[in-house]
Design a protein around this ligand. Structure first.
Ligand code: BTN
Length: 252
């Protein structure tokens, strides 16, 4: 109905003017939906970010959640976050902007965040029943639409390109790219995708400080594991793998 170039993603779309969170809705309906179903809203009143943070989602952005049923072990669910980040970064790069990925899931332009991804999975024993990949992209907002507390570190596609973006065609391109990545994910060894991700990541090689709910780890980011964990080499030369956390560059 909107000229999609995909066969799976967006085959069914639930569109809302306003929701609390598209991830919440996607999780509620996931059990009875086929994979590829999309939940998308103009505005989120209770948008959620990673680690319990709020995700401010006014008019002008793309706030959406994709329901996937890859039948993978739960520990591999974070791979879908990497895939989504890759897809978003590729589409933004195709617009001529220099997008990079900051581990684990921020897509940034010139060091400023333009997209965040929140992946939530439900598993029975160790197989996922479904994975909801929530993607939030600052598209046609002005900087004043972004809360002051995070404005300095954020940007929007409109600000970067200096023009209004056609959201429907952007979404068509994004769903196409995401579907290609997802198909690749199913048929190719994950190392191929990791290499593509590494090429767009600006985290590896940097001195970082990663905050998890329980502690802070500082050192040099030297790699990523197949499950998407960041490998950090600390000052005492020991290595540590961190599966989830907030990453800050010591020298941005
Ligand atoms: C982050 O960087 O902390 C992740 C942000 C994820 C935001 C998206 S917007 C669509 C979906 N619904 C939500 O409530 N969150 C995700």
């Amino acid at each position: 109905q909107m000229g999609l170039k995909t066969t799976l993603l967006g085959k069914k779309i639930h569109y809302f003017e306003e929701v609390t969170s598209t991830n919440n809705i996607a999780k509620e309906i996931a059990a009875s939906e086929e994979e590829g179903t999309l939940v998308i809203a103009e505005v989120q009143k209770g948008g959620r970010g990673r680690m319990g943070r709020e995700w401010v989602s006014p008019h002008g952005g793309i706030w959406m959640s994709v329901i996937l049923k890859p039948g993978i072990p739960l520990r591999h669910a974070s791979r879908l976050t990497l895939i989504a980040g890759l897809a978003v970064a590729n589409v933004i790069r195709n617009m001529g902007l220099d997008a990079s990925i900051k581990w684990p899931n921020d897509v940034r332009i010139n060091g400023k965040k333009v997209c965040g991804i929140l992946t939530e999975a439900k598993a029975e024993v160790d197989r996922v029943d479904y994975v909801v990949v929530g993607i939030g992209i600052n598209v046609n907002m002005d900087l004043k639409d972004i809360p002051e507390s995070i404005r300095a570190g954020s940007t929007t596609l409109k600000v970067e390109l200096g023009r209004h973006i056609k959201r429907v065609s952007f979404l068509q391109d994004l769903l196409f790219e995401l579907e290609q990545q997802y198909i690749n994910f199913k048929i190719r060894p994950f190392s191929h995708i990791l290499n593509e991700w590494l090429a767009l990541s600006d985290t590896i090689g940097k001195e970082v400080k990663v905050t998890t709910p329980s502690r802070i780890i500082e050192g040099k980011a030297i790699g990523i594991t197949p499950d998407g964990a960041l490998v950090i080499k600390k000052a005492d030369d020991t290595k540590e793998e961190i599966i989830a956390g907030r990453c800050i560059y010591a020298r941005p």
